[in-house]
Write a protein of this length. Structure first.
Length: 127
């Protein structure tokens, strides 16, 4: 059963499902995740990050942050060459929903339009 996506706030972070693997590569290994700031037209965050479990981090004093799906794929293939990468990505939800798709975009578009009208009126281009 696939975990349900839950909308999150910008730059929110957490551990494990639904947005990061659990029990990979070993039982008890929990990956971390963080949403970005930018939101795509589909309402999902354009940027999202995965943090490898502390046990797997090269430097124990810092988190190993993977900043793209490609970097995650490369990391997993390098460290765990026998793992099926499709099954790995199927174990959690990659796209993180913002919960602000329509209303947020409409409000942003409204503000941009209003700003443009004010600018054009001040420039005497639009009356």
């Amino acid at each position: 059963m696939e975990p349900e996506p839950i909308p999150v706030a910008p730059e929110q972070s957490g551990e494990g499902l639904p947005y990061a693997p659990e029990n990979f590569p070993n039982p008890g290994d929990i990956w971390g995740w963080k949403s970005g700031k930018r939101i795509s037209n589909n309402g999902n965050y354009r940027d999202r990050y995965l943090y490898v479990p502390h046990r797997l981090a090269a430097n124990r004093n810092s988190d190993h942050i993977l900043r793209s799906k490609l970097s995650v794929e490369r990391y997993v293939k390098e460290k765990f060459p026998d793992v099926n990468i499709t099954e790995f990505f199927d174990s959690f939800i990659w796209s993180i929903p913002s919960g602000l798709p329509g209303l947020f975009r409409s409000y942003t578009l409204f503000l941009l339009t209003l700003t443009l009208i004010i600018y054009l009126r001040k420039s005497h281009i639009f009356v």
